[in-house]
Structures are given as C-alpha cells and as structure tokens.
Write a protein that binds this ligand. Structure first.
Ligand SMILES: Nc1nc2c(ncn2[C@@H]2O[C@H](COP(=O)(O)OP(=O)(O)OP(=O)(O)O)[C@@H](O)[C@H]2O)c(=O)[nH]1
Ligand SMILES: [Mg+2]
Length: 362
C-alpha cells in the first residue's frame, strides 16, 4: 500500500492509518449501491428490463413484503414489466419428498443453461409456513446451479398461506420474464393442494415418480396423474433400473385409461436419472414437442388466457377474504357471534347474514 504525502487539510487521515483493504472498485460500488435507499419503481423497472438480477431480487422482495407501502410500488413494477412478460416456457415440477426434484432441477437446469437458455427456478412450498424454510432451502443440492449466471433461484416466501405464495409466485413469474428469463421452473412438493395451484400457472406439468415394489399405482392421487403432461420415473439407475422399466410399462398402461387431454397431447412416461444426468435431454425434447403441438393447435395461448382469468377471480376472492377477516369491526363482531352460537342463541346462517351485512369499509 502506498503511503500518502502529508496534507494540510483537516480532512486528511492521520498518519499511520492505512487505506482500506477494499480496493476493488466493483465491490465498493456494490456496497454503495446497497446502502442507497430504495430505488424508484421506474429505476427498478428499467434495470429489470436490462436483466439486472439485483433489481429483480429487490422487486421480488417488494412483492413479498407485508408492508402496505411496498405493495403499491410492487404493483407499479408489475404493471411496468407486464408488456415484456409472457414470453417464456413455464414448467411445473412436482413429486413426493425425496423423489429427486432438487437433483432433477439441478441437472435439467444445467442442461438448459448449456443450450443457452436463461432459467428462473421458483418454488411453491406450502410447508414453508411451518418449517420457516423452503424446499429450495436445500441449495446444497443445487450448488452448481446457484453459481450459474444463466440461472436465478428464488426460494418460496415463508410464513404465507398457499394462496399468498401462489399470487406472489404469479407476480414473480412476470418479473422474471421481463428480466429475460425464457424458462421458468416452478417446483412444488407433491402433497396437498399445491400441485393444482402450480398446474394453474404453468404450460407443462412434469410429475416425478419413483419405481416402487409393484404398487406404483396405489396411493397416487388421481388428480395429479390427470394433470401430468409427462411422468418421469426418476432414479432409473443401478439396481433400480429394472424396477423403473417395469413401472414405466405400468404407468403407460394406466395413462391410456384416462380421457384424452384438451391440449391434444397424449401424456407419456419416461425414465431418467437426475443423479447420472440420464434422460434429461429426452425430457427436454419431449417438452419441446409438447410446445410445438400446443402452439400450433392454439391450446397454448388459450390456456394462458384461461389461467389469467382464473387468477383474476382467485385474487379477488383472496383480497375479499383478507379484507373481511382482517377488518377490526368484523373481528370483534365475529367473536361475539361465535359466542352466541355456543349458547345456542343464534344460527350459523343468521350470524353469517348479520356479519356480512355489517357496515364496514370493506
Ligand atoms: N440413485 C439416484 N438417486 C437420486 C437421483 N435423484 C436424486 N437422488 C437422491 O435422492 C435423494 C433426494 O433427492 P432430492 O433431490 O433432495 O429430492 P427432493 O424431491 O428435492 O426432496 P425434497 O426437497 O425433500 O422434497 C438425494 O439423496 C439424491 O442424491 C437419481 O436419479 N438416482
Ligand atoms: Mg428438494
């Protein structure tokens, strides 16, 4: 480090005090940028459109924020990004815990990145409110993917209801698309209602399964099979390969029992090993074939329109629900009515009527 000449200014640092170790101007700029107050929505929009990941992350944080002041900024950003969204392939991936979703996404993501794609990985994790974590919290499984500059990984916001996570994920998709991500992967764990929610926001739905001991077709929720565009039997490697091949035959047979999908696509069964990177390319080719078919027959855009209409209704329902149950007048009156019900002094229907007719500023 070079010693500075003595200086007469009172602002001069005392002799013996050396320069800061941080001499990397890029790092200094980054720190300065972080210290600045929240940028305007215009600045965030223009930076998102340039593909700036810091701006994208900040905007998503605003979407996820519970601070009412942030929600108007978030709306401005979403509206500003909307004209630049919609140009991606949205893929939903589900499967029971341990099936290999994280490993698959790592392998699939790396493959797509090599093809020159830009991938955003989001999660809908209904359990996060309990565990305060996220299914993508196990970033160790996605170690390489996290480092890939073509990939953006955003864990599910924690402490949210499924409805809350779903709306925020929908909005996050818009921002990611505006930032230039052309492939959006949405992961969810195959329990509860989250698969239906994911299915309502993606173009293609991939169900990961494991080969079992002959009882593959038991215990599977019919609804999930119906939603799947492709079933991929993962861990088709080593000693498991034979069982996986058998499971493929059984699932294929079962799939043919379902009526043809509105998309015109015949759902199929494939084998893969996320760990060994086997079959990943074939799954992508399969998705490409699906996209080609559904874009040609018009189903792709029709489905997106339907999804948008559905989300409009869902959002209204959710907002009304919140506005009602969070209203202080209603909260107080509800407690009273519940008490009256306990004492058999009113009926649930009369109480509901009373509450719904209460003059509030809903
Ligand atoms: N043999 C083999 N093991 C795999 C394969 N894919 C994943 N695994 C292993 O299965 C285990 C679970 O994999 P994950 O990717 O964490 O599974 P997950 O579905 O993300 O699990 P949750 O996050 O708990 O829902 C890990 O030990 C993986 O190494 C595969 O293709 N073959
Ligand atoms: Mg996982």
């Amino acid at each position: 480090m070079t010693k500075k000449k003595p200086h007469t200014s009172a602002l001069h640092e005392r002799e013996g005090v050396s320069d800061s170790e941080i001499t990397n101007s890029q790092a200094i700029d980054k720190i300065k940028q972080k210290r600045q107050s929240q940028p305007s929505s215009e600045a965030l929009i223009s930076n998102i459109l340039k593909g700036d990941i810091t701006a994208l992350s900040r905007a998503i944080t605003l979407i996820e924020s519970k601070n009412p002041q942030h929600s108007s900024t978030a709306h401005e950003i979403i509206t500003g990004c909307l004209p630049f969204a919609n140009k991606s392939t949205r893929i939903g991936i589900t499967g029971v815990p341990g099936v290999g979703k994280s490993t698959f996404i790592e392998s699939f993501g790396k493959y797509l990145s090599k093809l020159g794609k830009k991938i955003a990985v989001l999660a809908i994790d209904p359990s996060s409110s309990v565990t305060k974590g996220s299914i993508l919290g196990d970033k160790t499984r996605m170690e390489d993917l996290v480092k890939d500059t073509n990939v953006f990984i955003r864990p599910s916001p924690s402490g949210e209801t499924l409805g809350g996570v779903a709306r925020k994920t929908r909005e996050t998709i818009i921002l990611c698309e505006a930032a230039g991500f052309d492939t959006i992967i949405i992961e969810t764990v195959g329990v509860g209602q989250s698969e239906t929610t994911v299915n309502d926001m993606v173009d293609f739905f991939l169900l990961l399964k494991l080969a079992g001991a002959g009882d593959e077709l038991q215990g599977i929720k019919r609804g999930i099979i119906e939603m799947a565009d492709t079933i991929a039997i993962n861990k088709a490697d080593g000693d498991n390969l034979k069982a996986a091949k058998l499971a493929k035959v059984e699932f294929s047979r079962a799939l043919h029992l379902y009526p043809k999908k509105a998309s015109g696509w015949q759902p199929n069964v494939m084998l893969c090993s996320a760990l060994k990177n086997d079959g990943i390319d074939a799954i992508w080719s399969n998705i490409e074939a699906y996209l080609e078919l559904t874009k040609e027959n018009g189903y792709f855009s029709k489905r997106r329109q339907e999804q948008n209409k559905y989300w409009l209704i869902q959002t209204i329902k959710e907002q009304l629900h919140l506005a009602f149950f969070e209203n202080p007048t209603i909260k107080k009156a509800l407690t009273k009515q519940l008490h009256l019900i306990e004492q058999n002094k009113t009926t649930p229907f009369a109480a509901a009527d009373y509450l719904l007719n209460l003059k509030t500023d809903l």
